[in-house]
Design a protein around this ligand. Sequence first.
Ligand code: URA
Length: 234
Amino acid sequence: MSINRARLDRFISETCQINRKKVRLLLAQKRVTVDGVIATDIALPIYKFSVISLDNKVLQQHQALYVMLHKPIGVVCATKDDKHRTVIDLLGELLSAEEKASLHIVGRLDLNTSGLVLLTNDSRWSEKLTSPKSKVAKHYLVTLQNPLTQEYIAAFSAGMYFAYENITTLPVVLTITSQYQAEVVLTEGRYHQIKRMFGRFNNPVIALHRTSIGKYVLEESLNLGESKLINVSI
Ligand code: URA
């Protein structure tokens, strides 16, 4: 059974092919542990990464995987693609084929955007990072074709109306770092958001690079195309 959240009795019943009455007996006999602790509550919530054992035999043990990747331009944020190399292709020997197949991407980047991409098989973690409610800050470095002016700062902060989605963007912090470069902080992820926002000033983005997602900062030691497993706090 693949679970995000389930009840302990249901999990044991389905995994061991026994009825719920027998499961209750096993629990009463203290033969089941969840994450190393004896479990007696039939309704105990269990998750994909709970380690569940019966008579010291492991019934479920999935490893949570968290990957940091430095995405180059020209690599697509998808798990499969007919035309381009994908972020999964870049993982090389880091993980087994089965582990790679379990991953999903935590906030995509466009084909021609570089920088930090996170991947995981832990949807509870990725949902926290991507949920609109969490308003997790994502930092980008942007290079523009035309010079920036102070007007941009107010316009980004006020939000822009996108007719296609019928939404107004949340306030965006824009810091001008040089005539053609800025740092932009988004707390949501609308389709091509940064390019569209600069598009309002008819100012094409010529380079876009993500440096962080929340507290996860692209490590300087990771060259373009390189990846590593990271530890996270939930
Ligand atoms: N905004 C964009 O336009 N592209 C990205 O990849 C991310 C944010």
